[in-house]
Ligand binder design. Structure first.
Ligand code: GYE
Length: 362
């Protein structure tokens, strides 16, 4: 929108066809779009409650919409659905935005195409939740050349030049993995299994995605602290329930002594639990196999209440208001923190899960 306004002004200046814009000289000198001078609304707080009530931006009042292209990963998990919903409910016309949403179906090539199409459409901001970390330099250079700021959300990009994006907001995936390892050590200790040889398998996320890389690394850091823990095998379940089930079925065929399965998201755990039950085994606090996962979506609480899942390590998907806050600061010409981690907790069956679930936003 801004660029369109600017080029309209320039055309007006060149043709001198209108008087409303104040004449050619003034229009030609106008480098900064008018709305950047308006102060931004108070930033929406970065907590769960912010999702549904992001403050309308000043641009809403002025009738000038900010166009945002969001290159989303896909629709592979409950987490992703909550994340999409957070963007759609934040970037509304009522709040002063026009959202162009693209679902890449978990394919980087689709995301690159989407970003190029956003550039062509001259959006004001590009937001990307990158499927994987590497391979983004070229398309980000193209966005930079077009003068369109890029904001990363959820997963990170591994680029040598960090001026290619304005800011990133998401979860601390290494920390999530380490929290999982610490929880497991404490839990096994409480069960009197602190010294026992523990056999584990991991159903990883999409290989090369930050959430996979970080969670695997965090757990590896904890494995290094426990010589009695053995990682039998790791395989990707692509962050989906169907693939999680398939991978667990194959693990159960290969190993008859699995003590722990680490699932890099909740949906993979739901699939793994189905596979465990189908193989005639049990899981959860009273079962043969300890199952842990990441995200803490509502269905994970139901699974813990049902006695299937032992624990889930939170990853907050409600990034819409957080990205809106970044955009409003940029609009106001303010600086933004380059890397913004979101605080996250964990949940297990020792807690009052019904009460927590009743108040859960996703
Ligand atoms: O854990 C998973 C989703 O990148 C944090 O992606 C996100 C992950 C999340 O598919 O459920």
């Amino acid at each position: 929108m801004k660029r369109k306004v600017l080029s309209a002004l320039l055309i007006a200046a060149m043709t001198a066809a209108t008087v409303g814009c104040g004449g050619g000289q003034q229009a030609a000198d106008t480098q900064a779009p008018a709305e950047t001078e308006a102060p931004a609304d108070d930033a929406a707080p970065a907590d769960d409650t912010a999702a549904d009530d992001a403050a309308p931006a000043d641009n809403a009042a002025s009738g000038e919409l900010i166009t945002v292209g969001y290159a989303q990963v896909g629709a592979e998990s409950d987490w992703r659905t909550a994340n999409t919903e957070s963007f759609k409910s934040t970037f509304t016309e009522e709040n002063g935005y026009k959202l162009i949403f693209d679902d890449a179906q978990q394919k980087q090539e689709n995301q690159i195409k989407a970003i190029r199409s956003f550039i062509q459409q001259e959006v004001d901001y590009i937001v990307v939740a990158p499927v994987v970390e590497t391979g983004w330099e070229t398309v980000l250079e193209e966005a930079k050349e077009a003068g369109i700021p890029v904001i990363l959300s959820d997963r990170m990009m591994d680029v040598s030049d960090d001026t290619l994006y304005e800011a990133w907001v998401g979860g601390n995936f290494v920390k999530e993995g380490e929290t999982c390892g610490d929880w497991l050590a404490k839990y096994l200790e409480e069960q009197g299994r602190g010294e026992e040889e523990i056999n584990m398998v991991t159903i990883q996320g999409t290989i090369g995605a930050s959430a996979q890389v970080g969670r695997t690394e965090g757990m590896a850091n904890k494995l290094a602290e426990h010589s009695n823990w053995k990682m039998l095998e790791m395989q990707s379940g692509e962050f989906t329930q169907a693939k999680g089930q398939e991978v667990m079925e194959s693990f159960l065929k290969s190993y008859d002594d699995i003590d722990v399965v680490i699932c890099e998201n909740d949906n993979e755990a739901f699939g793994a639990i189905d596979a465990i039950k189908a193989a005639g085994k049990t899981c959860g606090p009273d079962g043969d196999i300890i199952v842990v996962s990441f995200d803490s979506v509502k269905a994970a609480f139901e699974s813990m209440i049902a006695g299937d899942l032992n624990a889930t390590f939170e990853c907050n998907p409600l990034h819409g208001p957080r990205v809106a806050e970044i955009i409003q600061k940029l609009e106001a010409g303010e600086t933004v923190d380059k890397i913004q981690y979101v605080d996250e907790a964990y949940f297990d069956t020792s807690m009052d899960l019904e009460t927590i679930l009743a108040e859960r936003a996703y």
